[in-house]
Design a protein around this ligand. Structure first.
Ligand code: UDX
Length: 443
């Protein structure tokens, strides 16, 4: 199949490279000439494990190429994927669809022969109808179908998620478009990944419902963590205890500093807005958004408490800045609110992140950056683990302790055993467990 992928961001680039790897001919198109020039030289605009070699392999084998101009690629394509950004609109939280609408107009002008136009970006319910209307208004004679095919990949695990999805959702009522989509995903179908064919609006809503549910699950366990701290229980054991119930499931029950990233914060807001616009407010989702926003700032207060009630004049070392490991993405990262809260309290903040420093620097102008975890901790009054990078999971605690002025360890991802941290002389604070509680045992 010949595929045009509009947008070479996270979703577009990963999807394009994976579809090429399935054996399709893929052209990735992005308006940004610098991005395309870099990609042509094999340089990735984002950090995603495995992406660089996947792109290089498929470029070498002639199945993947990059362009700034979509006309030629769209004219020759069986399927055109729209994978452009849908940021939150300033002020009301609704998804800004101007990039999607622009793409629809440009695609319309280039269509030739029956083409399936696929929205892969996360778009509010009804956007497929809009895209269809825009194309129809631009070229009344065009032969096309607009399909919703939301992407569920996670940053840092994007290639694996694309190639081994739990399910593929295809929203269309056009049998010809369905056949094209089944052909696009045939390699996965052979792997027995279920394809769920639904109406277009249902597919669009499914993506938001999935993200909102996961965001709610995380927020639920985060609130449970606070209660655990208050009553002297251990949230990790509570999570295990409820997660082993097959109806609940063990995933997405890690308590932490609140969710961030490019999807959950934006999509929960957009869903709440859609619901309000339809006179059907989603009170659970609205509460999740509010609780998660407050939590990030509350984490700074937690650090301040761990430092005896004040951080004025103290140096606080933050380990991990990105919203999760294995990405350089700083969007809505809890570290931003935590650093701000500590600075407002008079602290000097120093930070280290294995991949995110370049992205973090402009967002954290008053923070100084270290070369590694130990130099970050040098002379610090507290070390705060903000993101659970593998590099922080097995730190030499003796060396860390020696580097610090005061051995306070605030572990916002619960990657250390409180008892072991205490044995090394740390005043340890995790999330939802009291110092000295042993980690889960399932003997
Ligand atoms: C998410 C969805 O998982 C994915 O399906 C969708 O396509 C895009 O949004 P992503 O944002 O890349 O993916 O990362 P994810 O691993 O889901 O983590 C999101 C946030 O939740 C991170 O800040 C992470 O630290 C937090 N999280 C996740 C927790 O705090 N606890 C958990 O148990 C899981």
């Amino acid at each position: 199949m010949r595929i045009a992928m509009i947008g070479a961001g996270y979703v577009g680039l990963v999807s394009g490279a994976c579809l090429a790897d399935f054996g399709h001919d893929v052209v990735c198109i992005d308006r940004d000439p610098t991005k395309i020039a870099a990609l042509e030289q094999g340089r990735m605009p984002i950090y995603e494990p495995g992406l660089e070699s996947l792109v290089a392999d498929n470029v070498r084998q002639g199945r993947l190429s990059f362009r700034t101009e979509l006309r030629e690629a769209v004219a020759g394509a069986d399927a055109v994927f729209i994978a452009v950004g849908t940021p939150s609109r300033r002020g009301d939280g609704f998804a800004d669809l101007s990039f999607v609408h622009d793409a629809a107009r440009e695609i319309a002008g280039a269509l030739s022969g029956y083409t399936v136009v696929v929205t892969k970006s996360t778009v509010p319910v009804g956007t497929g109808d809009e895209v269809e209307r825009i194309i129809r208004e631009t070229v009344s004679q065009a032969e096309f179908a607009v399909v919703s095919n939301p992407e569920f990949l996670r940053e840092g695990a994007a290639i694996g998620d694309f190639k081994r999805p739990d399910r593929i959702v295809v929203g269309t009522e056009d049998p010809r478009a369905e056949a094209v989509m089944r052909e696009v995903y045939r390699p996965l179908y052979l792997n027995a990944s279920p394809i769920l064919v639904t109406g277009r609006r249902t597919a669009e809503l499914t993506k938001y419902a999935a993200n909102a549910f996961l965001a709610a699950k995380i927020t639920f366990i985060n609130e449970m963590a606070d209660l655990c701290e208050a009553v002297g229980a251990d949230v990790q054991q509570v999570a295990r205890g409820i997660g082993l119930d097959g109806r609940i499931g063990t995933k997405f029950l890690h308590a932490g500093p609140g969710y961030g990233g490019s999807c959950f914060p934006k999509d929960t807001l957009a869903l709440a807005k859609t619901a309000q616009d339809h006179g059907m407010p989603l009170r659970i989702v609205e509460t999740v958004v509010a609780v998660n926003d407050q939590r990030k700032r509350a984490m700074a207060r937690k650090v301040i408490r761990a430092c005896g009630g004040s951080v004025r004049g103290k140096t606080i070392a933050l380990l991990g800045l990105t919203f999760k490991p294995d990405t350089d993405d700083m969007r809505e990262a809890p570290s931003l609110a935590i650093a701000a809260g500590l600075q407002d309290g008079g602290a000097k903040v120093r930070a280290y992140d294995p991949e995110g420093i370049e992205q973090a620097r402009p967002l954290l102008p008053a923070v100084s950056f270290a070369e590694d975890a130990y130099s970050c901790a040098e002379g610090a009054d507290a070390v705060v683990i903000v993101t659970e990078w593998n590099a922080f999971r097995a730190l030499d605690l003796k060396r860390l302790h020696m580097a610090m002025r005061t051995p306070v360890l605030v572990d916002l991802r619960n990657i250390y055993d409180p008892a072991i941290a205490a044995q090394h002389g740390f005043a340890y604070q995790g999330v939802g467990r009291s110092a000295g509680t042993a980690s889960t045992s399932e003997a």
